[in-house]
Design a protein around this ligand. Structure first.
Ligand code: ZN
Length: 268
């Protein structure tokens, strides 16, 4: 499986460092698979699709940043993307799904229920309903899943792609584990952590990671259940320490720069 690290949205909240939207593009035997989708063309054409959060997050509106723009730059088409596996349904993770109308969109059943089926006051305010108004093909995965590896439970989404339920940031948030042949196990932690220094002292290539207080504050402010954050960080710390496992998150630019700087994984 060949894997590309894409930044599908640069966000510029006041006083904070630039935030990226780290997306994986996986070339599998069954077609292309995206892990998260960042912001999309339709968001930039019609900014109110992104909801009121866009005023705080201030995204760069650049077509070259969208997943579809990057998929096309690699020589593929939208129809080549068969599946999109979402860590959760916040606007900066699902905006790109509308650019891939034929893809099956995967989400945990818990997330879909809170966002779409049985929304409450908090989720109605939180999610940007316009981003799924085009009627995407949704496939939900109900937890808690089966006993997986590293002492965790997981739900298999596709061969080699597994949901690891990690609620806290949202009610149905999950990390996504991707088995690769030469990069080992890649774990996209989504928004289970914002400042990577909460689970690792160094980036994957060994550079030191300083604490970023603003990202930590932002993570707490956005959490649906703050009590679960520390437990998720501990799980990610333990996973990242395992041989052959690389954990990264959606928004820490230091990890994205580090991982995107490596040549795409090939073979297998
Ligand atoms: Zn996010």
């Amino acid at each position: 499986m060949r894997v590309h690290h894409l930044n599908c949205g640069s966000l510029h909240p006041p006083l904070a460092p630039e935030i990226v939207c780290h997306v994986l593009l996986c070339e599998t035997a069954d077609g292309l698979v995206l892990i998260d989708s960042g912001l999309g063309r339709r968001d930039f054409a019609e900014p109110k699709r992104m909801g009121v959060a866009r005023f705080l997050m201030r995204p760069d509106r650049a077509d070259a940043r969208t997943a579809i723009g990057q998929v096309e730059a690699l020589g593929f088409t939208a129809a080549d993307v068969q599946h999109i596996v979402l860590t959760h349904m916040d606007f900066d993770h699902i905006g790109g799904i509308a650019d891939f109308p034929e893809a099956i969109i995967h989400t945990t059943a818990e997330e879909y229920d809170w966002a779409v089926v049985n929304p409450d006051f908090a989720s109605r305010r939180r999610y940007a309903q316009r981003q799924w108004a085009h009627g995407p093909r949704i496939q939900t995965h109900a937890g808690p899943g089966e006993s997986w590896k590293h002492g965790l439970h997981g739900m298999e989404v596709l061969p080699g792609v597994t949901y690891l339920p990690m609620p806290g940031h949202t009610k149905g948030h999950a990390a996504v584990a991707v088995e690769t042949s030469s990069q080992g196990l890649l774990v996209h932690a989504g928004d289970a952590v914002f400042d990577a220094s909460l689970y690792t002292p160094t980036s994957p290539s060994g550079g030191p990671l300083a604490k970023i207080g603003l990202l930590r504050g932002f993570e707490r402010a956005m959490a649906a259940d703050r009590k679960r954050l520390a437990g998720n960080h501990a799980t990610l710390r333990r996973l990242d320490e395992e041989a052959g496992v690389t954990v990264f998150n959606a928004h820490d630019k230091r990890l994205f720069d580090d991982l995107a700087g490596t040549p795409p994984e090939s073979a297998g």
